[in-house]
Design a protein around this ligand. Structure first.
Ligand SMILES: CC(=O)N[C@H]1[C@@H](OP(=O)(O)O)O[C@H](CO)[C@@H](O)[C@@H]1O
Ligand SMILES: [Mg+2]
Length: 548
């Protein structure tokens, strides 16, 4: 494309999506995320970038999801999805940040510069899939995305309101038609279809109860489950709460993040004791389970718990197939509960990799196993299968003996039910329900696998959170000087104590994590480490207090 045709890039920007603020914005752990009113020009520019990226990938589709996930209603965000349905390649994050922050006057020349830098052939076709969550600011931002795509003569395809993982799935299917059909219906067909298939093979036994309560976080995930619910025929009885009606506010005192971090049940759900409840986040890519006991105490089954459940079941099926040569591994972050890591290595005897926070890091590490199970403790995760694994299992399903064929065919359904592109609350829900049903387990039996160490997360506001640097998958703090030594001293005073700090990639805070043998100790250790961060890393505002 000759540079003169880039004029429209500037014209669209100036006329329709001008840059109205000088606030610097950065492509973080999960794309750009901030107050929705600061985002319109950013989303427009990401439309431009998505077209360039599509052309660099020979016209394969790129995804753009408008969402701020578990953040509250006034926020919004945008993240780009690469052709295989994975997160945007990391080396492009800097380009995204640059393009988002230049002035309108410099936009045309910066766009030309980026095109040159990445060597994009602008004569190629380009396809961009655009989806959004339920926020009232999302349609306007989706329109800005479309304008960005059109400005560079790409073809936008709008999916309307979808969960983040649905859009990842559609992008993958568009670029690899063996994976499925790139529509919302295609998603239901594959994932829910596999669940129905598997449930025909697995009768309800033991203590498993087909009733599942769901907290939809007043977001898109609950709405989609409401569609799915109508197609289920006794396989699962979904009782849905927080679907966005009756004045329920997105993620406010509900949803997976609220439940995990506050360790409290969400508002808006009626609780029967020992009834298992699944809690989704605002864009449907995270899930945690919990139940209240007869004293109304909450028991949380988080991402670590889901990961161990899935890994142990897949291991069983691989054994039954005699396909133990396939290497299964689990990927966690430093936020994984120490008890889960111990259980995985000592009881399940499955190798564990610990990586930096952020799904892209987990996904990448999981790909190095034949079967890679990855979950963040907050409930974001999935399973990925190598081509070798799929081929081996397919062969056993055809050529094995009766028992092998049975296990392999269950495993093939299990693979189809998995959204391998990214963590997916809906797919994970069906995976969990399948394992519990296969084992005839209720939620209390699921809970008995291991006992979590009590833990606490805190946030500290500092002048510049980048003053904190870390190493060894964020478990060691390398600056400011003296902070790690102080953390070591504090941790040594607690039985089963562990603590680490890191700058958040989605909020302007430093996160503190601590665990210990009792809740009181975990709370105290977290508060002491928070004080150390405040003192040594330039805390602002009120000094964190120790628990009374
Ligand atoms: C402790 C924690 O839960 N951190 C979350 C949070 O990242 P931070 O960089 O910690 O703000 O948001 C990410 C995006 O959703 C998610 O991947 C990650 O696990
Ligand atoms: Mg999310």
């Amino acid at each position: 494309m000759p540079p003169s045709s880039l004029r429209v890039v500037y014209a669209f920007a100036r006329e329709m999506h001008p840059k109205t603020s000088d606030v610097f914005i950065q492509y973080g752990t999960a794309g750009f995320r901030t107050k929705a009113i600061l985002l319109e020009h950013v989303v427009y520019r990401m439309g431009l970038l998505a077209v360039i990226r599509s052309r660099v990938k020979n016209g394969r589709a790129i995804g753009m999801m408008i969402t701020a996930s578990h953040n509250l209603e006034p926020d919004n965000g945008v993240k780009l999805i690469d052709p295989d349905g994975e997160m945007l390649e990391q080396s492009w994050e800097e380009i995204a940040t640059r393009l988002a922050n230049v002035s309108d006057n410099d936009l045309e020349s910066t766009t030309a510069q980026v095109i040159k830098e990445v060597n994009a052939d602008m004569s190629l076709k380009a396809a961009v899939f655009i989806g959004m969550d339920t926020r009232y600011t999302s349609p306007r931002l989706a329109a800005a995305a479309v304008h960005g795509v059109i400005a560079l003569k790409g073809t936008p395809k709008e999916f309307g309101i979808v969960t983040t993982p649905m859009l990842h799935f559609c992008v993958k299917c568009r670029n690899d038609n063996t994976y499925g059909t790139p529509t919302e219906e295609g998603y239901y067909e594959k994932i829910v279809g596999a669940f129905k298939n598997i449930r025909q093979k697995l009768p309800v036994t033991g203590e498993y109860n087909t009733t599942l309560y769901v907290d939809g976080a007043n977001g898109v995930g609950g709405k989609k489950l409401n569609i799915i619910k109508k197609t289920l025929d006794g396989e699962l009885d979904l009782v849905l709460y927080n679907l966005g009606g009756n004045g329920g506010k997105l993620n406010l005192n509900c949803g997976a993040d609220f439940v995990k971090v506050s360790q409290k049940p969400p508002v808006g759900v009626e609780h029967a004791p020992f009834q298992r409840v699944a809690s989704l986040d605002g864009d449907g890519d995270r899930i945690v389970y919990y139940y209240l006991d007869d004293k109304e105490k909450m028991h949380l089954l988080d991402g670590d718990r889901i990961a161990t459940l899935l890994a142990s079941y897949i291991t069983e099926l691989l054994k039954a197939c005699y396909a133990e040569e396939l290497r299964l591994g689990l990927v966690q972050t430093a936020y994984a509960n120490g008890a889960s890591t111990k259980y995985i290595t000592e009881d399940l005897k499955v190798p564990v990799t610990c990586v930096k926070t952020g799904v892209k890091h987990l996904h990448h590490a999981a790909l190095s196993y034949d079967v890679g199970v990855y979950f963040e403790a907050n409930g974001h995760g999935t399973v990925v299968y190598s081509e070798l694994a799929k081929k081996t299992i397919r062969k056993i399903a055809e050529e094995g003996d009766v028992e092998q064929r049975k296990a392999a065919s269950l495993l093939l359904n299990f693979i189809d039910m998995t959204n391998e592109t990214v963590g997916d609350a809906i797919s994970d829900l069906f995976l969990v329900e399948t394992v519990l049903c296969a084992r005839g387990h209720n939620v209390r039996q699921w809970m008995t696998a291991y006992t979590d160490l009590p833990c606490r997360q805190l946030k500290v506001t500092v002048q510049d959170r980048n003053a904190i640097s870390t190493a060894d998958a964020e478990r060691v703090c390398t600056s400011p000087e003296g902070l790690q030594t102080r953390i070591n001293e504090l941790v040594s005073g607690y039985k089963s104590g562990r603590s680490f700090v890191r700058p958040s990639g989605t909020e302007d805070v430093v996160r503190v994590y601590a665990e210990a043998d009792t809740q009181e100790s975990a709370d105290k250790l977290a508060a002491e480490v928070a004080q150390a961060v405040f003192d040594l890393a330039g805390g602002v505002g009120e000094r964190p207090k120790l628990p009374a």
